[in-house]
Design a protein around this ligand. Structure first.
Ligand code: GLC
Ligand code: CA
Length: 579
């Protein structure tokens, strides 16, 4: 028996090493996978109380597997008062009763692993909930927990906040506590006090939490605003900004690399994968943290530059979509990291409005949904897909503020009201930019509540378009975005060029984003139109379009004329030139 096991193990090993990738240095499993993100509250309600849960997720594991993904990243599942829907954690070692129990989580882990799906947890350690027992205890200046957070005396005899920092969710970054007469720092909502990472005991807690989940069998972490965890000593005043004043004193702070190195040491005892969320990151700076030169402290990073092409720095400063900027950003990251570090590619998550409503077209929903998928999944890096993205869900466009749930949208509304911005203009922004656009329940079918729950009322309203846009309808339609995602992910798996090829962007008009990937004598041409008008495209001379195979596309009949073509609205085409 033992001999057979060893033998089959070797077979697997050999299979892995004889493929195209055998020569690739730095080959790690996280480079080959695709990840599906679940925002648990809105994914699937298994017990009929109107809130998504683990039973619901277990029911849908076969569906998730059928997409061709290899891992699930869960937005926080831990107990939380939900000041920021789970990103305010009250207990790092348990599962919220809204979602189930730790036992159920273990079952989920087993069921996922049986299907070869890895599980990635959200590690939120920049802050806790204000209901976490550390924080409750820390209010007492004599408690050993006092120094777990940033408690400070106010300026001007206690009447003014300790410095001028503003929260990224609007308002001051300090909250006064009547019980002890001190202020505490919260860079996000006031229910999210920042942890003092300079305290070695806090770092020890973090390492213990990491170990707890790795011992349980999880495969990795997505690390929430991880680049904010080291604050500049003395917490000096920041450069005045309309929001997030002080950010230069905690973004990529003085001890960030050192602290991540400490955490990495624990993670490396296991086969653990990490992706860090990194606002305002640039490719050059990223190399310091993810460069494969021996100083790497994270496997990859989520940057935001490509999500700022229809706004200025924050989603609430809305501008028209600029495809030229998007191309420039992608080109910088693709060429800047190639061979040196690894990209994390995403176009949606729980903080971002739906991509078709932003960079595509609701009118050309199916065409633009497929184009956007091709455009980013065929770049170099690990693709992340957010629940509902694979069926082309759209923004919810909720018209009045009383129906919103997201703290950042509500606070932004209130701030703009105070500044006497007209209601209509405020709602024009919120409807487009709110994170709630991504948080409406997953649309499973045309049944009541989109099949998300059997309760009368789901915790949050369902997008009114669910009778047309849902998983059941997409399964039944061979031309659906859903089937296209499956094809695309299969193609990525079957072709090492998608995973390991280099990247060259072609010179074109700004509405057309075309690139060539090259790997071991093969070439792949990917052409994407961001226009609702016809756009001419001509391939480079080195690539004879008419001779090569069209492997993916979103239209019927793909004529090639003079080594080019006329791209129809939001057209995408992929040609493969074999070695
Ligand atoms: C990250 C999360 C976001 C959360 C914030 C504070 O950006 O993705 O949802 O509100 O951190 O934890
Ligand atoms: Ca439930």
């Amino acid at each position: 028996m033992q001999i057979i096991l060893v033998f089959s193990g070797r077979m697997c090993y050999n299979k892995e090493k004889t493929g195209d990738d055998a020569t690739m240095e730095h080959k790690q499993w996280y480079k080959d996978i695709a990840v599906y993100q679940i925002w648990p509250r809105s994914f699937c309600d298994g017990n009929g109380d109107g809130i998504g849960d683990l039973t619901g997720v277990i029911e849908k594991l076969d569906y998730i597997k059928s997409l061709g993904v290899d891992a699930i990243w869960f937005s926080p599942l831990y107990p939380s008062p939900n000041a920021d829907y789970g990103y305010d954690i009250a207990d790092y070692r348990d599962i919220s009763s809204d979602y189930g129990t730790l036992e159920q989580f273990k079952t989920l882990l087993d069921e996922a692993h049986k299907r070869d799906l890895k599980i990635i947890m959200d590690l939120v350690i920049n802050h806790t909930s204000d209901q976490h027992k550390w924080f409750l205890e820390s209010k007492n200046p004599d408690s050993p927990y006092h120094n777990y957070y940033f408690w400070r005396k106010g300026r001007k005899g206690g009447k003014k906040e300790p410095n001028n920092w503003l929260s990224t969710f609007q308002g001051k970054a300090w909250e006064f506590c009547k019980e002890n007469g001190l202020y505490y720092l919260h860079v996000f909502a006031k229910g999210q006090p920042d942890l003092n990472m300079d305290n070695p005991q806090v770092r020890q807690e973090v390492k213990d939490i990491i170990r707890f989940w790795l011992e349980l069998g999880v495969d990795g972490f997505r690390e929430d605003v991880i680049t904010f965890i080291s604050k500049k000593e003395g917490l000096p005043n920041g450069f005045p900004l309309p929001t997030a004043t002080g950010i230069e004193h905690y973004m990529n702070g003085p001890h960030l690399h050192e602290y991540l190195e400490e955490f990495r040491a624990v993670q490396e005892e296991y086969d653990c994968f990490t992706v860090g969320e990194a606002p305002m990151m640039t490719p050059k700076r990223a190399l310091k943290f993810i460069g494969e030169d021996g100083h790497r402290v994270l496997d990859m990073m989520f940057h935001f530059e490509h999500m700022n092409c229809d706004n200025m720095l924050t989603n609430f400063l809305r501008t028209p979509f600029r495809p030229g900027k998007l191309k420039k950003v992608y080109n910088n990251w693709q060429t800047g990291l190639y061979g040196k570090a690894w990209n994390a590619n995403y176009i949606e998550n729980h903080d971002q409005p739906r991509i078709i409503s932003r960079y595509g077209s609701e009118k050309f929903r199916v065409e633009s949904g497929k184009m956007l998928a091709t455009m980013y999944i065929l770049q170099s890096g690990t693709p992340f897909i957010y629940q509902g993205q694979e069926i082309g869900m759209l923004n919810a466009n909720i018209p009045t503020i009383d129906r919103y749930k997201d703290v950042s949208s509500i606070n932004t509304y209130e701030l703009m009201k105070k500044l006497h911005v007209p209601e209509k203009f405020i709602m024009w922004i919120i409807q487009y930019a709110s994170r709630d656009n991504a948080r409406t329940p997953m649309q499973w079918s045309a049944e009541k509540n989109a099949g998300f729950t059997t309760a009368d009322k789901p915790w949050f309203e369902v997008n009114a378009n669910y009778p047309e846009i849902n998983v059941a309808a997409a399964e039944a339609d061979p031309n659906s975005i859903l089937h296209y995602y499956r094809k695309l992910l299969r193609f990525r798996k079957d072709n090492a060029i998608v995973r390991y090829g280099d990247f060259t962007m072609l010179k074109t008009q700004k509405e057309v984003f075309a690139y060539v990937r090259t790997y071991q004598g093969q070439q792949m041409l990917v052409v994407n139109s961001f226009s609702d008008q016809v756009q001419p495209f001509r391939a480079p001379e080195t690539f004879a379009m008419c001779e090569e195979e069209l492997v993916l596309g979103n239209y019927e009949q793909n004529a090639v004329v003079h080594n080019g073509c006329l791209l129809r609205p939001f057209e995408t085409r992929v040609y493969l030139k074999k070695a």
